[in-house]
Write a protein that binds this ligand. Structure first.
Ligand code: NDP
Ligand code: 2IT
Length: 450
């Protein structure tokens, strides 16, 4: 049955949707033992229904730049599944965005959100707009134009977008301002808002901090190990990477790399986060080459100078690796180097950054592998805390949000590890995450009828 579902998807989704098929195949490959044991999944056509989005919305975004030139971009919102709660998931602004890419992200999101145990369904959206090199006014003009369409489809109890690549606090602020002007509605229709108007404390940090909380719990339970004094490698230099590095440094780990789409920094004395923030925080996208010119002993490795099929970040020996940039950034060749260098754990901060053959290698070699839908769920979890605070007009303290975030990451780890064990797949957290997420979601879909 699973094979047939994938074949049908391949037939009905043209080749540009390769990444979507990759995400679906990974989940489906985990589900065989679950499907076999319960006929209700077939009776209610759960697999066919789960792989099909409720709604794919595409719209035109027209905006004017600082030189009075008119531009047009594609805008999207994919409302994938709301069996567990309002559609929830980020917006990505990047020139590589296509419908297929957003379908993969939205599909992953329904499983991630299910794993949190919170009342949130899954969705994703975005645009092929490129924020790089744009002025604040251009970003604002684009966000306003995007919201002129998006507001038709979202709502605090319908669909609550947030940030992702290219969309942070600044963009969410502009989007919320425009939503409010159009609708006069001051409700929690977006999460990741600036703190001054409805944002939650710790939302900017949540994904990265959650990744580290997950890693700590997994290492403690599986290997009786800690991250303190250990060498860690991180890829990316955006929201998730910066806060992963920050939390790793808080707990005494030594982070020696970061990267962007042009290259990698290797700093054996430990990444200087203050300098990295000057170059990259708040949507600034200055070249990492500047880091190497300012920090003695650090090295900048240009992507173009590194052999095809690999990334310089994963060539640096480490105890634990944290891919936090983008999808498919860690290849089989990278995985082999990490294994050869004695890496014991890979914890995904990005969505699906590890290629399927690299995952297989980690599982075969006994490297602990935490899939993003489990380990990066802290961001969306704190987004849900923001929705709760908005709905009740409350403001929670930093300590309260942090304690709840920690608790939820530990619960996710436990749920995933226990499910893997229950199905005879001990330490296979990919299967554990897919099965645990699927069972909760499928139960809701069965109970609510067709
Ligand atoms: P940002 O836009 O803040 O940062 C993205 C980082 O990744 C930048 O350093 C960027 O470099 C780099 N990057 C982007 N595309 C590529 C590429 N093709 N090759 C190499 N590097 C690349 O995004 P986030 O930090 O928010 O997101 C990072 C990942 O985490 C994504 O996979 C996202 O889906 C996921 N995620 C994000 C959450 C959030 O709360 N923000 C929650 C859960 C997951 P450059 O500036 O040069 O493009
Ligand atoms: O991939 C993700 O989980 C996000 N980009 C965050 C989603 C959210 O709604 O906070």
């Amino acid at each position: 049955m699973i094979k047939k579902i994938i074949e049908n998807l391949e037939k009905s989704n043209c080749s540009v949707d390769g990444i979507f098929i990759q995400a679906v195949s990974e989940v489906m490959n985990s589900l065989q033992p679950v499907i076999e044991n319960d006929d209700r999944y077939e009776t209610y056509a759960i697999l066919e229904r789960i792989v099909t989005a409720d709604r794919i919305i595409q719209f035109k975004v027209q905006w004017v730049d600082d030189h009075n030139h008119v531009h047009v971009n594609n805008g999207y919102r994919i409302q994938y599944n709301n069996a567990l709660g309002p559609y929830k998931g980020g917006l990505r602004f990047h020139p590589s965005v296509t419908e297929g890419m957003l379908k993969f992200l939205a599909f992953e999101q329904i499983f991630k959100n299910s794993l949190t145990g919170l009342p949130i369904g899954g969705g994703k959206g975005g645009s092929d707009f490129d924020p790089k090199g744009k002025s604040d006014f251009e970003i604002m003009n684009f966000c306003r134009a995007f919201m002129r369409e998006l507001h038709l489809y979202i709502g605090a109890r319908i669909d609550v977008p947030a940030g992702d690549i290219g969309v942070g606090n600044r963009e969410i602020g502009f989007l919320f301002g425009e939503y409010k002007r159009i609708t006069r509605n001051y409700d929690g229709v977006l999460s990741g808002k600036p703190f001054t108007f409805g944002g939650s404390l710790l939302r900017p940090e949540a994904t990265g901090y959650g990744v580290v909380y997950f890693a700590q719990e997994m290492l403690k339970e599986e290997l009786e190990e800690v991250l303190e004094n250990q060498i860690c490698t991180v890829s990316g230099a955006g929201n998730v990477a910066l806060h992963t590095i920050e939390k790793l440094q808080h707990i005494g780990a030594k982070v020696v790399t970061c990267s962007d789409s042009e290259g990698t920094i290797y700093d054996p004395s430990g990444i200087n986060l203050t300098l990295l923030r000057i170059l990259k925080d708040d949507g600034r996208r200055l070249s990492l080459e500047n880091y190497a010119t300012q920090v003695q002993g650090s090295q900048y490795i240009k992507k173009a100078d590194y052999p095809i099929g690999g990334h310089a970040t994963w060539n640096i020996p480490c105890f634990a690796a944290f891919p936090c940039a983008t999808q498919n950034e860690l290849t089989e060749m990278d995985a082999q180097i990490l294994v050869n260098n004695g890496c014991v754990a890979v914890i995904e901060g990005a969505n699906m950054p590890t290629q399927p053959k690299a995952i297989e290698l980690f599982l075969r070699e006994g490297v602990l592998f935490a899939p993003g839908k489990a380990s990066n769920a802290g961001g969306v979890a704190v987004s849900e805390f923001e929705m709760s605070q908005n709905a009740s007009m409350e403001k929670w303290s930093y300590e309260k949000v942090d304690a709840k975030l920690k608790e939820i990451m530990c619960q996710i780890y436990k749920r995933v590890a226990l499910t893997a064990k229950e199905y005879g797949k001990e330490r296979n957290f990919v299967d554990g995450a897919n099965i645990a997420a699927f069972k909760r979601l499928a139960e809701a879909m069965i109970l609510e009828g067709v």
